[in-house]
Design a protein around this ligand. Sequence first.
Ligand SMILES: *[C@@H]1O[C@H](CO)[C@@H](O)[C@H](O)[C@H]1NC(C)=O
Ligand SMILES: *[C@@H]1O[C@H](CO)[C@@H](O)[C@H](O)[C@H]1NC(C)=O
Ligand SMILES: *[C@@H]1O[C@H](CO)[C@@H](O)[C@H](O)[C@H]1NC(C)=O
Ligand SMILES: *[C@@H]1O[C@H](CO)[C@@H](O)[C@H](O)[C@H]1NC(C)=O
Ligand SMILES: *[C@@H]1O[C@H](CO)[C@@H](O)[C@H](O)[C@H]1NC(C)=O
Length: 394
Amino acid sequence: MASPWYIPMILLLLCDGIRGRTLYPLPSKLENKEKRPLQTYRPYNIAHRGSNGEIPEETAAAYLRAIKEGADFIETDILATKDGKLICFHDVTLDDTTDIANHTEFADRKRTYEVQGENITGWFVVDFTLKELLTLRVKQRYSFRDQQYNWKFTIITFEEYISIALDADRIVGIYPEIKNPVFINQHVKWADGKKFEDKFVAMLLKYGYKGEYLSKDWLKQPVFIQSFAPTSLIYASNMTNSPKIFLIDDVTIPTQDTNQSYWEITSNSYLQYIRNYVLGIGPWKDTIVPPVNNYLTTPTDLVAKAHAHDLQVHPYTYRNENQFLHFNFSQDPYAEYDYWITKMGVDGLFTDFTGSLHHYQEWTDATKNQKRAEGVLRKIAHLVSSYERDLSFF
Ligand SMILES: *[C@@H]1O[C@H](CO)[C@@H](O)[C@H](O)[C@H]1NC(C)=O
Ligand SMILES: *[C@@H]1O[C@H](CO)[C@@H](O)[C@H](O)[C@H]1NC(C)=O
Ligand SMILES: *[C@@H]1O[C@H](CO)[C@@H](O)[C@H](O)[C@H]1NC(C)=O
Ligand SMILES: *[C@@H]1O[C@H](CO)[C@@H](O)[C@H](O)[C@H]1NC(C)=O
Ligand SMILES: *[C@@H]1O[C@H](CO)[C@@H](O)[C@H](O)[C@H]1NC(C)=O
């Protein structure tokens, strides 16, 4: 028997009443074509660990803030827990950015492990299950930054981070790092025999991240995979064609997997080789323009060399505070952005202050400024013509 027409109507009203709010679809459930696309015509604003200049790094709040402030990409470091779950966390130890020291129940978990040729003592992420880690609260890393958000937020998982990007009301890319892969693969074992890199890529594929740089799939869900370990990137390139960025450390630090020197991996022959696997490099900015006594010296040719091999350059890390700004910039972060974008010609910038980089880019955006100027001219023309009309009465 057919039910009366009003039954579904009543059900609908009831459901809506129970929820107590209007039902809007989540932005991630909208068709991507309804979302504002990623800009691809100017250097990328990469929110380093979220807006960590303001809010404790790698937290949901720091990522949401970065999205609000105009990030093109939200950046994160992926590590694995004892039970093989992937989380967003920078250090291999929990000591500097969590309240682990206050958790007496974990006092006996302190260990010393060798990490990249150095013995480190502390509470290691790899010795805790995800459930245990979620009982911790995180804090701001630097004492000179705002402390008001300390102990308010938890560590988040790789999946939560992805959902934050997908739920944004415009297209926001992700920029996850395969962090300390040698160490993680030593300490974390998965039942299926898979490696950290396998799990990392599987997570991206599960959520639909795929396709070459600027392909249709990529523009829908932009991603850059980053790592300091070239073998991880090469291995990952067998599983995904998503663009990869090879990070380059300080000149004194060899690669963690292949033990190659800075000079080796920035040579023309190496760039020629690695470009088969990666879209670009991510060097520390002070190795490109080395400072002496806090003044910039002559830039190296690394940007030009990378560009000659058709590799993008995304240097790290731009920070607003005095202690990070070289004297040439008169303590003005905009002057630093101007130097790196207009003089050095980089293709993306990792920043702790996404809002500042966004403002700089908006205010110096030629296309936008032209539109603004045209708008002002139109208004003046309108004023003049109405003034002329008024005058014609006399
Ligand atoms: C941790 O313990 C220290 C020393 O007892 C105390 O000062 C601090 O407030 C505690 N922090 C948290 C987050 O509970
Ligand atoms: C780390 O400590 C172990 C045990 O004391 C030692 O055998 C090893 O040589 C140390 N490694 C480094 C890099 O100092
Ligand atoms: C990539 O896959 C091919 C074919 O399975 C294999 O021969 C090769 O060794 C793999 N490369 C890496 C770096 O794992
Ligand atoms: C790495 O390379 C340096 C310089 O060639 C060498 O002295 C060192 O023993 C190497 N380390 C490892 C772990 O192979
Ligand atoms: C930075 O300042 C130093 C010292 O005045 C000067 O030698 C150098 O050329 C400056 N560099 C840039 C890029 O302006």
